[in-house]
Design a protein. Structure first.
Length: 240
């Protein structure tokens, strides 16, 4: 029952034992330092490439409430949102121009004496309608739309009335200009001059935000949140 193994079984065990020793020796063999360095460099390059792929865009921001107040040329020209005017007219200016001024003109020039107050106001209202069409954002150009968005950025980020120089306002204005220029470059891919301008504005905004971070961390975090930017998009090396 427990007799000596046959010759074939002995040979098979010998081969298995030799194979196991070979595998163990290969696994336990010490790598050459150059090979170790090469593998480590490859792993480092792979980690760096993965890190760069996961890095958020320094140009395109995620949508926030601030961007909901801005207009694109397409949305402005469609007239989907009436009551948008050029030349930074606020509600007080619109009330003065379109409501108060016609009444003052009628009273000052005694136009009501000819055909009555109602006819005089109707005649002045025709002038108001013509003025509204001329200064409407719907009849403007892309430059006027950008100026409208810049004014919205100032109103949104200003720290006090009349503030146009705080880091938040400057970063917001640069963000508006960056988005406008990026939209232009999407349609004109060979415009190398404006591509250089885009790079300069992105780096200038990053520098402004880093200054704000050193000055006030809380304001920096709030500004990034409202602009839809990730810290990694403005910190460290920026590549476009």
């Amino acid at each position: 029952m427990f007799g000596r193994p046959s010759v074939p079984q002995t040979q098979q065990w010998s081969r298995q034992l030799a194979r196991s020793f070979h595998v163990s020796a290969t696994a336990m063999a010490k790598k050459h330092p150059k090979q170790i360095k090469k593998e480590n460099l490859a792993k480092r390059a792979q980690r760096q490439a993965e890190y760069e792929r996961s890095k958020p865009s320094p140009i395109v921001s995620r949508h926030t409430s601030f961007f909901g107040t801005l207009q694109t040329p397409a949305s402005a020209y469609s007239g989907a949102q009436p009551g948008l005017y050029q030349h930074f007219l606020n509600e007080q200016d619109q009330s003065f121009l379109f409501e108060q001024t016609p009444r003052d003109v009628v009273d000052k020039n005694h136009l009501a004496a000819v055909g009555g107050v109602e006819d005089a106001l109707k005649h002045e209202q025709a002038k108001v309608d013509a003025l509204q069409k001329m200064i409407s954002l719907q009849n403007s150009n892309a430059k006027a739309v950008q100026l409208y968005n810049i004014q919205k950025a100032v109103d949104w980020f200003q720290q006090k009335d009349g503030d146009t120089g705080s880091p938040e306002v400057q970063a917001a204005i640069l963000t508006v200009r960056i988005h406008n220029l990026y939209s232009h470059l999407q349609q004109h891919t060979k415009d190398k001059h404006n591509y250089r301008q885009l790079r300069m504005m992105v780096h200038k905004r990053a520098k402004m935000l880093r200054y704000l971070k050193n000055k006030d961390q809380a304001r920096y975090n709030t500004c990034l949140e409202q602009l839809g930017l990730e810290p990694r998009a403005v910190e460290g090396e920026i590549t476009l």
